[in-house]
Design a binder for this molecule. Structure first.
Ligand code: NAD
Length: 369
């Protein structure tokens, strides 16, 4: 199969996953990488056998059709806009942008240039969440009535080598982890039309204790600029009501990740930050939960959304982890915070169609044409 060449911008923590997994899709070839710190790009380039080049050279290279933006959230929009202006399709790590305005600018610029915008997360293309989608669509829990989604922990500063951005504008549990939960919910239940929420900062300072930090930076204080405990209620256009809690303020809990409750039973959805199961169902009248074998492969990783976009670029079909899905999720994340700040429900102005489910039985390393 003819390869679509991609270039990676940002060679930090998450870049290894893309470097490792993109080439497992027949349609993708990682041709080059770059970073604002060129030595990082050179290190990754040597490790994975790709070329290290400057951003300018990458954007000027006509063979590279897609750039994958793995920079920190604060520069996602400017990097994506620069790549689009150079005529590249862009697949960005989440979030699409920090503000709704920048998110719209990205979608508009791509439309004008005739290029595609994709955005993480693509975990909903894994076997776990695709199986959940099939069970719902096939009516196994009846009509969805409600959902719960919980992402609670104590933040990443104990393990992440560069944790400051998690506590600045564009970080926080909603912007960092919310995309996984909200994208999974929109993929399963469709768009959200109304939201309310409450948010607080419980610890005004955090301390970066990761052993991966150089000794002089270990233990440094991070001033917290964004809410770190956020509870929201989401009314889906199709009717269900979801309760979402995301938190960096909780040491331990016994809550599930995501559950969907229908008129005919309940569905236990796996961790939306993975591509795996387990998927469990308990239909009305059943004595216990049953684990359901996955209908789709879970032997995939970050990169499947890029591969899906490469097929879309070639055939003109829609891609699934799309910019418009990511924009709706961005709008939802802001709307939860806006609701808390204003003390009122927020009517959500954006909407999106559910991405098409993946077909069953795709050969390994391939997606639908
Ligand atoms: N770390 C994870 O486990 C993880 C998981 C999923 C998604 N993500 C997302 O991936 C993105 C990157 O996260 P990370 O953990 O790899 O961060 P990181 O800080 O480890 O890496 C970011 C890299 O981008 C580079 N960079 C910053 N600005 C740049 C610019 N203008 N041009 C070129 N390079 C630039 C930095 O030098 C750095 O090497 C974030 O959006 C994050 O939300 C991270």
């Amino acid at each position: 199969m003819e390869k679509t060449k991609v270039g990676i911008i940002g060679c930090g923590n998450i870049s290894d996953r893309y470097m490792t997994w993109c080439p497992k899709f027949d349609i993708l070839e990682v041709a080059a990488c770059t970073d604002i710190l060129m030595e990082r790009a050179q290190e990754k380039a040597a490790q994975y056998g790709v070329l290290a080049m400057t951003l300018e050279d990458m954007l000027a290279n006509p063979e590279i059709k897609i750039v994958i933006n793995l920079t920190v959230p604060a520069v996602h929009a400017s990097v994506s806009l620069t790549a689009i202006a150079a005529g590249k399709s862009v697949y960005s790590e989440k979030p699409l942008a920090l503000t709704r305005e920048d998110g719209q600018k990205i979608l508009q610029a791509a439309k004008e240039k005739g290029v595609l915008v994709g955005c993480a997360p693509d975990t909903f293309l894994g076997g776990g969440l695709q199986t959940c989608r099939k069970l719902i669509d096939d009516g196994w829990i009846g009509a969805p009535v409600a959902a719960t989604a919980f992402m609670l922990g104590h933040g990443p500063e104990a393990w992440h080598p560069n944790p400051d951005f998690f506590y600045k504008v564009g970080g926080g549990p909603v912007f960092d982890m919310g995309p996984y939960y909200l994208t999974a919910l929109v993929h399963l239940l469709g768009p959200v039309q109304r939201i309310t929420g409450s948010a607080r900062i419980s610890f005004p300072q955090r301390f970066a204790t990761s052993e991966k930090l150089p000794p002089e930076l270990r233990g440094h204080a991070i001033d917290v600029e964004i809410p770190t405990h956020v509870a929201g209620v989401l009314d889906f256009t199709s009717g269900p009501i979801a309760t979402l809690i995301t938190s960096f303020d909780v040491w331990s809990h016994n809550l599930p990740r995501i559950e969907i409750y229908g008129t005919g039973g309940s569905l236990s959805v796996p961790d939306p930050n993975t591509f795996r199961g387990p998927v469990k169902i308990r239909r009305a009248g059943a004595e216990d939960w049953s684990e359901i074998p996955l209908s789709h492969s879970s032997d995939v990783e970050r990169g499947i959304g890029v591969a899906d976009m490469a097929y879309a670029l070639r055939s003109g079909r829609p891609h699934r982890a799309s910019g418009s899905l990511a924009y709706h999720v961005l709008d939802l994340m802001h709307s939860i915070h806006d609701a808390s700040a204003s003390g009122q429900h927020v009517m959500v102005s954006s909407t999106v169609e559910r991405p098409a489910p993946l077909p069953i039985g795709l050969p390994k390393g391939q997606l639908d044409q």
